[in-house]
Ligand binder design. Structure first.
Ligand code: PLP
Length: 219
């Protein structure tokens, strides 16, 4: 199974027309496949697991922009802090504190997205509207404390469903939340199955894996 260059070029074209950034999701996929996408000119890649990300980062060209899109455990922040381009899954004050602390240690401002729970399912991680508001207010109140973290935007995952109207509603809800905070610039919303709905609702960053690299055994 190889990187699907034709679909890459088609999707990339569709996205650039809409000024949407493509994060190519490469979890479980080999380094050789990432190199194919890299050679086609792609630089933004997303991974879900810290150890896998570290192994790939070490093996691959250093100008790759690595996005951490999985659920991040506080005790693992230090491993990715020196190089990660954007952490998409920030969803607790504990994690916020830890990222800020690790950023301080290495004198780096770490860019993050706050993950918002938009799906009907219980299982997905993320903050609700109130928790988001509390965090944003807290950061605003003591800006000097948060010198080593930069909240760039929001990320959300829609329900895993065939019900397109539900997906659209969930994405529209996230877009309305995003619009409440004009300092936020990135809205990471949309995957292989629903990226078009994401863009329609106002996403400017999509995370696409299986459509580019084929299906995975592990989700
Ligand atoms: C795996 C994953 C993706 C990509 O999923 P596809 O359906 O393969 O496009 C996007 N976002 C997150 C958070 C993921 O875990």
């Amino acid at each position: 199974m190889s990187f699907l260059i034709e679909s890459y070029q088609r999707i990339q074209k569709e996205l650039s027309v809409n000024n949407v950034i493509l994060v190519a999701v490469t979890k479980t996929k080999p380094v050789s496949m990432i190199m194919e996408a890299y050679d086609a000119g792609h630089r933004d890649f997303g991974e879900n697991y810290v150890q896998e990300l570290l192994d790939k980062q070490e093996a691959l060209p250093k100008d790759i922009r690595w996005h951490f899109i999985g659920h991040l455990q506080s005790n693992k922040v230090k491993f990715i802090a020196p190089f990660v381009h954007l952490i998409h899954g920030m969803d607790s004050e504990k994690l916020l504190n830890e990222i800020n602390k690790q950023g301080k240690k290495i004198n780096r401002i770490i860019p993050c997205l706050l993950q918002i729970h938009i799906a009907a399912e219980e299982t997905k991680f993320g903050l609700n509207e109130t928790e988001l508001e509390v965090l944003m207010t807290q950061i605003k109140k003591q800006p000097d404390h948060w010198n080593n973290i930069s909240i760039k935007g929001l990320m959300g995952m829609a329900s895993f469903t065939e019900d397109n109207d539900l997906i659209k509603t969930e994405f529209n809800n996230l877009k309305s939340l995003f619009d409440k905070y004009p300092t936020l610039k990135i809205l990471s919303m949309g995957m292989s199955a629903d990226y078009r709905f994401g863009i329609e609702a106002g996403s400017n960053m999509v995370r696409i894996g299986s459509l580019l690299f084929g299906s995975r055994i592990i989700i």
